[in-house]
Design a binder for this molecule. Structure first.
Ligand code: SF4
Length: 178
């Protein structure tokens, strides 16, 4: 049987969602026989090719992240938002209560360890969006796996549902966070 092709991207997030995915431990061996990863921080492949499932970790906070997410959407049949940052903006969106100018000034000039700071612009760093957005404010998202990070069991459940040809809907006991 042909393997299901999967690509994952890491936008405005901390990589914790990808780390939680790797926490599925030995189940990854079973998964490896059914899934082939293309572009992903896990494989370090940078190019997009058409895939069955796209997975996005992180919110969308700058122009480059917006482009990468649109490219993933254009190359996948089903897009999954993985983690609170991709589902809701969450941690990255905390900067949305400040203006872009305030955020850049604080980050590049006012930090206590900075001497003679200078705010870089594109192309050195991509331009910030006014606000950090969840993935579904930029593209159509087909399924959501919330959590910060989602538990490995919830990620595995969702991937198995996708492999079975179903859009995953997390049962309520996987939606509780301790
Ligand atoms: S949801 Fe939590 S673990 Fe995942 S990227 Fe955001 S902050 Fe990190």
């Amino acid at each position: 049987m042909a393997k299901v092709k999967v690509a994952t991207i890491w936008l405005e997030g901390c990589a914790g969602c990808h780390m939680s995915f790797l926490d599925i431990d030995e189940a990854i061996v079973e998964l490896a026989s059914a899934v082939e990863f293309s572009r992903s921080p896990i494989t370090d492949i940078k190019e997009f090719v058409p895939v069955d499932v796209g997975i996005v970790e992180g919110g969308v906070g700058n122009t480059e992240e917006e482009e990468v997410l649109k490219e993933l959407r254009a190359n996948c049949k089903i897009l999954m938002a993985l983690g609170d940052c991709a589902c809701f903006g969450a941690v990255g969106a905390m900067r949305s209560s400040f203006s872009k100018e305030e955020v850049l000034r604080r980050g590049y000039i006012e930090t206590e360890s900075t001497c003679e700071g200078k705010i870089p612009g594109p192309p050195a760093v991509p331009a910030l969006l006014d606000q950090v957005k969840p993935a579904n404010h930029v593209v159509k998202v087909d399924c959501y796996v919330p959590g910060c990070p989602p538990e490995a069991g919830a990620i595995l459940y969702s991937l198995k549902e996708l492999l079975a040809g179903r859009i995953p809907v997390l049962p309520s006991d996987m939606m509780r966070f301790d």
